[in-house]
Design a protein around this ligand. Structure first.
Ligand code: PLP
Length: 413
């Protein structure tokens, strides 16, 4: 069956025809039959250079042989035990060792679960009720953070979800990104705030990058007001480098959430942080968290293999940054009259707004119609970029110079 036919069947069985809203490409999404390296192969016979990479997890590319082998070896031994596996402490040691702000880590099954647990932990530790999030920051699809969320929520024009209790959302306050003063004002006026949760680099409407000194100010302000700082590094963890944004910008958050890359392409999440906070998690402490699939053997195996690979290949991040630099350098001058190109390592995007956006309000000023035409043009050229002006484009180790040339050529026409 071809994509169009598959989608018309799916629409009658699955709300919107898809299992996650950003996949609902109009008039119908293409269905993928298989993927390898930098390419997706569709059921319609197209081979597409993938700049979405599963929305971030596939830093090493699709079906990387070393990761495939690790998963296959694990499969031979069964794939769910309901007990810890011997590699689990080693993985926790690897991750905590790589990040300045971590003594302990706990594995869950998704980034959403990780942020939900981190927020609960912050409330449990501080005994305070409210959280602050950044406008346009996305932390998963749970109630406390579905306020002015980026990603699919912005694309779909439903920044707030039906079914979320206003009483609950009242405990989630908002400040704009890159505005330390707004944060200071909010925290100075309120003493019921447990934590600030922030994507250090806004990935779900970006990349929107921090202005010089912004993250440092965020750290100082939260500390001064006894508010925990949660870095949501579900995207930036191992994407910006080993140690993520916290290493890159030299900040020690109190708690960190990870996901995506640490599962090597399989479902995972982790919440991590200082021992005094983490040890409040059940069964050591009173803050509840549990999951049938938490720390599942396949995800841990793929994750460990990925992180070990990155440790063994120290040139990886410089090589990745070089790829986005080549794309940027190839941009014709006139493209910068109407848009802006932002890149950070292997994250990049052309915004249809003359100046690079600094926050959510500015991102929403992008010309989404022009983006729609550009997206289709790229697809016709054989390049799949995320089907939303708001999502970040990702490259991987598997993208070849020829892939980069093809991607860059898409900006020339
Ligand atoms: N946090 C951030 C920064 C994310 O980008 C995402 C997902 O895109 C999440 C949390 C939620 O992760 P998951 O989709 O694994 O639940």
């Amino acid at each position: 069956m071809k994509s169009e036919e598959l989608f018309s069947a799916a629409k009658t069985l699955i709300p919107g025809g898809v299992s996650s809203p950003v996949r609902a490409i109009k008039p119908y999404p293409f269905y993928t039959a298989r993927a390898e390296g930098s390419h997706l192969y569709t059921v319609d016979g197209a081979a597409l250079i993938d700049c979405c990479m599963g929305y971030g997890p596939l830093l090493l590319g699709h079906a990387r042989p070393e990761i495939k082998k690790a998963i296959a070896d694990r499969l031979e031994k069964g794939w769910l035990y309901g007990t810890p596996i011997p590699e689990e402490p080693e993985f926790a040691k690897l991750i905590t060792g790589d990040h300045p702000g971590m003594d302990m880590a706990r594995f869950v099954s998704s980034g959403s679960e990780a942020t939900m647990a981190a927020i609960r932990l912050a409330r449990g530790f501080t005994g305070k009720s409210d959280i602050v999030k950044i406008e346009g920051g996305f932390h998963g699809a749970h109630d406390a953070v579905l306020v002015k969320a980026g990603s699919g929520a912005t694309t779909m024009g439903v920044p707030d979800s039906a079914g979320v209790l206003p009483d609950l959302v009242a405990h989630t306050r908002q400040v704009p990104y890159n505005d330390a003063e707004a944060l200071e004002t909010l925290l100075a006026k309120n003493n019921d705030i447990a934590a600030l949760i922030i994507e250090p680099v806004l990935g779900n409407i970006g990349p929107v990058v921090p202005q010089d000194g912004y993250l440092r100010s965020v750290r100082e302000i939260t500390q001064a007001h006894d508010v925990l700082l949660i870095f949501d590094e579900v995207i930036t963890g191992y994407r910006l480098g080993i140690g993520g944004a916290q290493k890159m910008y030299g900040i020690k958050p109190d708690l960190t959430t990870l996901g995506k890359i640490i599962g090597g392409g399989l479902p995972i999440g982790a919440f991590c942080g200082k021992r005094e906070i983490m040890s409040l998690t059940v069964p050591e402490g009173p803050v509840y968290q549990a999951g049938t699939f938490s720390g599942n053997p396949l995800s841990l195996t793929a994750g460990i293999a990925t992180i070990r690979w990155l440790h063994d290949h120290p040139k990886t991040y410089a090589d990745l940054a070089e790829k986005t630099r080549v794309i940027e350098e190839s941009l014709p001058e006139e493209k910068l009259d109407t848009g802006s190109f932002v890149r950070l390592g292997s994250m990049f995007k052309y915004f249809f707004r003359k100046d690079a956006p600094q926050n959510y309000t500015e991102v929403k000023e992008c010309d989404t119609q022009a983006f729609g035409a550009f997206w289709q043009k790229m697809l016709d050229r054989g390049v799949f970029i995320p089907p939303s002006q708001f999502e970040t484009n990702f490259l991987s180790v598997a993208h070849t110079p020829q892939d980069i040339e093809t991607i860059a050529g898409g900006y020339l026409a």
